[in-house]
Design a protein around this ligand. Structure first.
Ligand code: GTP
Ligand code: MG
Length: 199
């Protein structure tokens, strides 16, 4: 299994042009504000405070690169769907993030995080469809599974897959995670490892 020997913060960028050079591969994390992107990065790397987390939505505002094993990046992105954000703010976010997603040829996989407790939300489905239309390679991670009974989790997963199949012939890879119990760590890291080995 992939061993994280080293994980270091590199830069917080206000613009995709200010991100590190496209010199190695990267995996990014996106999803609603508060879904658990930053916590997941800490969980995967076994670090407590590598990425900054908060119980208040809207914590991560910039594009944050972390270099892993001196070799490839994990990228923490700001969340969407922040309830208090004004429409103009939302437009700004969309431009900022879509620029990053479209202009990073070294981005080999985008993890789209979904809260395992909720039914499919319009904003997430729209984002997933946007990824498909723009050929962004992505997979799904259902987060916070420690907060839900396993029977409810499997119900929600079945419901979500059914919803996705209305739009997609083939489903993307799907993971489940908990940043508190570390559930999913091994599966997600070996998925990353397999991709890195295949390129
Ligand atoms: P933004 O940066 O605001 O977009 O949010 P984020 O998606 O990075 O979420 P963050 O990791 O900051 O977590 C939000 C809140 O959810 C924090 O209070 C975390 O402690 C909590 N949280 C995240 N993941 C989990 C999880 O797997 N289980 C539980 N119980 N809580 C979690
Ligand atoms: Mg965050």
């Amino acid at each position: 299994m992939l061993k994280i020997k080293n994980a270091e913060f590199v830069v917080s960028a206000t613009d995709y042009k200010k991100c590190p050079q496209n010199d190695t591969y990267e995996f990014a994390f996106i999803g609603r504000s508060n879904v658990g992107k930053s916590s997941l990065i800490n969980m995967l790397t076994n670090r407590k405070n590598l990425a900054k987390t908060s119980s208040t939505p809207g914590k991560t505002q910039l594009i944050n690169h972390f270099i892993i094993n001196d070799s490839w990046y994990l990228v923490d992105l700001p969340g969407y769907g922040y309830a208090k954000a004004a429409k103009t703010e939302r437009r700004k976010w969309e431009k900022f993030i879509s620029n990053y997603l479209i202009n990073r040829p070294n981005l080999i996989n985008l993890f789209v995080l979904l809260d395992s407790r909720h039914a499919p939300q319009k904003i997430d489905l729209e984002f997933i469809n946007w990824c498909g239309e723009n050929n962004i390679p992505f997979s799904l991670i259902f987060t916070k599974i420690d907060k839900i009974a396993s029977s409810q989790l499997s119900k929600n997963l079945t419901g979500y897959k059914k919803k996705l199949k209305e739009q997609w012939e083939e489903l993307p890879p799907i993971f489940v995670s908990s940043s508190t119990s570390k559930h999913g760590q091994e599966q997600i890291l070996s998925y990353i490892d397999d991709i890195l080995k295949s390129i």
